[in-house]
Ligand binder design. Structure first.
Ligand code: NDP
Length: 327
């Protein structure tokens, strides 16, 4: 009986996940992801966690998991699960799930919107109209940059990277990529290093996960390789970028422009990036439509239901894919 299974929601989570978990399981909640807030009763009963670490505050790390000895599964809201220590979970027989696929097309749409907004200065053009400048001063300036003829490099040719690449092809642009290894049977040019990719293209779209290996991977050297006509778009994770190097590269013309949906210390945006004239900055809205967030909320709950009724998760992360039901 799923009503006897206790599921913990630490911090804020999509209302549809909260409602369905409350209808299906025995729901307990605390304000943020902090082991100090757990009651003895929670420690004795919690078998599942549903969390959106990015908005919940805190990380589902080793201390938090250790404080819950009956814990079997952490259902993460979002495909990026840098808020959950999945290696620790995997080593301790705890399943971790994320929400892949249901958000892929939405995030790719946002990436293309951000790319075009950045290259063609759409937010500035709209501000020009709204300020009354069109009537008072005339046409908005011709955009110095164009999408035409651009060579785009995708850093992270995974589910979302592929969806972005398909759109870029439809736009008539060339696509190349860097992953740790080439994707079998994929015709786009592969570069074994990020630097090699940056040298070969003038537009770099980052959509890798936030991991220790990708931390500050986009640094001064990569931006220099991208070049003075270069456009950098980040729809992946802010931790992947050395933000001070990026602000400096924008300020001194090392690259031409940047469109950023994600930042290293959200919701704090470095003043140097806010001050750079040639940036379009979005508040992490890649998947943020009512439609797609509902699908993500459902997948969080469906993973918990599948785990506690069939002993199998629907979308386990790779670090925990081999874990079976332990009771
Ligand atoms: P996938 O796992 O399908 O793709 C990730 C890709 O990154 C893989 O192709 C992988 O290839 C590559 N990669 C991983 N680590 C490295 C590395 N160290 N060096 C080079 N390449 C690497 O994930 P998705 O496409 O579904 O999602 C990607 C990320 O996008 C998420 O993890 C999340 O952080 C972010 N995201 C952001 C959103 C937003 O709102 N802005 C919304 C949704 C996702 P390989 O393993 O061969 O290296």
């Amino acid at each position: 009986d799923l009503r006897s299974v206790t599921v913990l929601i630490p911090g804020r989570l999509h209302e549809q996940s909260v409602r369905r978990i409350g209808e299906t399981f025995r729901l307990v909640a605390i304000d943020t992801i902090d082991a100090a807030l757990l009651t003895d009763e929670m420690k004795a009963t919690v078998r599942g966690i549903a969390a959106s670490p990015a908005i919940a505050g805190g990380l589902v790390g080793p201390d938090f998991m250790r404080a819950l000895p009956k814990l079997e599964i952490v259902a993460n809201f979002g495909v990026g699960y840098d808020g959950v220590d999945a290696r620790h979970a995997g080593a301790n027989g705890i399943m971790v799930t994320n929400t892949p696929d249901v958000l892929t097309e939405e995030v790719a749409d946002t990436a293309l919107g951000l790319l075009i907004a950045t290259v063609r200065e759409l937010p500035k053009a709209e501000a020009w109209l709204r300020a009354g400048n069109w009537a008072a001063k005339g046409n908005f300036r011709l955009s110095p940059l164009s999408l035409r003829g651009r060579k785009v490099g995708i850093f992270g040719m995974g589910r979302i990277g592929m969806a972005i690449a398909r759109r870029l092809e439809a736009f008539g642009l060339s696509v190349a990529y860097h992953n740790r290894r080439p994707v079998d049977g994929l015709a786009y040019a592969y570069h074994a290093t990020l630097k090699g990719l940056a040298e070969a293209v003038d537009t770099l779209i980052s959509v890798v996960p936030g991991t220790p290996q990708t931390a500050k991977a986009v640094n001064a050297e990569i931006l220099k390789a991208l070049g003075s006509d270069g456009v950098f778009v980040n729809i992946g994770r802010g931790s992947t970028v050395d933000e001070s190097a990026l602000a400096a590269a924008l300020a001194d013309g090392t690259i031409a422009a940047a469109g950023l949906d994600v930042f290293a210390d959200e919701p704090n945006v470095p003043p140097a990036l806010l001050d750079a004239p040639n940036t379009v900055l979005l508040p992490h809205i890649g998947s943020a439509s009512v439609h797609t967030r509902r699908a993500m909320a459902d997948l969080v709950v469906d993973n918990l239901i599948a785990w506690f009724s069939d002993g199998k998760a629907i979308t386990p992360v790779p670090e925990t894919a081999g874990i079976g039901h332990n009771r």
